[in-house]
Design a protein around this ligand. Structure first.
Ligand code: ADP
Length: 257
């Protein structure tokens, strides 16, 4: 007999608002094909990525690891449509990003991708609730609905009692949990997290990673994490190691389903 897990209240409320933008496709959610990225600064050029190919399925939690300067952030930026490759293809949910106009790419970033940064990037003059609701408000959702959805997520991340506080009144770990709520609120296809534990102590870092892991399960979120923190990478199901702009090694974390 199949046992049905009870759907938590926050999840059924959150799911009511919009369908997940997983983008119907039988292909992998992410396809990176022979990608190269060369930065030209003055007379110097830096080859940040030198022929990277990989695929990710919807629902995967992948850690990109490697020493500083190996190309992790560059790859995240290309996946998020924040930059374009010099050569090669990046296809997300069946759409090749190079075919999108600047306007379409901006919409892709707003609706399909949720970003989590090392230094949280919350807006100091907005409340916790407004920060979490911001992506929806920028996308034209009414303030009422945006804030109702934000409140559900703040409850999920344990910060609903701090909704009217300002970021400066929160600890680093709390700020990062607000940033997680903000990243998830548009129900994006892809969450990109760049060193999300980099400015947290180990206990808060562990809590933020556990939260990402839970949301990966609960919402079927696809998460790509760039980190050089072994503790953080343990929460991912798959680890891709980069060195000098190339994939050096790939492994699966057997401890994680
Ligand atoms: P990581 O995230 O692994 O630390 P990055 O992707 O930030 O690595 O950087 C890869 C390489 O590309 C480094 O040598 C870095 O100095 C260079 N780089 C990154 N961004 C730029 C940029 N905007 N202009 C010039 N060089 C850059």
């Amino acid at each position: 007999m199949v046992e049905h897990e009870a759907v938590p209240l926050w999840l059924s409320t959150f799911s009511r608002f919009a369908t997940f933008s997983l983008m119907n496709t039988s292909e992998p959610l992410v396809i990176v094909n022979h990608v190269e990225k060369v930065y030209a600064t003055g007379q110097r050029t830096v080859a940040a990525l030198r022929g990277v190919s990989l695929e990710m399925l919807a629902g995967e939690f992948v850690a990109l690891m490697g020493p500083s300067g190996c190309g992790k952030s560059t790859l995240l930026h290309l996946l998020g449509g924040m930059d374009r490759p010099t050569h090669g293809r990046v296809v997300i949910g069946g759409t090749e990003l190079a075919t999108l106009s600047e306007t379409a790419l901006a919409q892709f970033r707003r609706r399909r991708v949720g970003f989590i940064f090392q230094f949280f990037n919350l807006l100091p003059t907005l409340t916790v609730l407004e920060n979490a609701a911001l992506p929806l408000m920028l996308d034209g959702v009414s303030d009422h609905e945006a804030q109702e959805r934000a409140m559900v997520l703040l409850e999920r991340v344990g910060l609903h009692t701090r909704a009217s506080h300002f970021p400066a009144e929160l600890s680093g770990g709390e700020m990062q949990r607000v940033a997680v709520a903000r990243a998830v609120i548009s129900k994006p296809a892809l969450i990109l997290a760049d060193e999300p534990t980099g400015s947290l102590d180990s206990e808060n870092g562990r809590q933020v990673m556990a939260l990402l892991r839970e949301l990966n399960h609960e919402l079927g979120l696809t998460i790509v994490l760039a980190t050089h923190d072994d503790e953080a990478a343990r929460f991912a199901g798959r680890i891709i190691r980069l060195r000098d702009g190339m994939i050096e090694q790939e492994s699966r974390n057997v401890a994680i389903r």
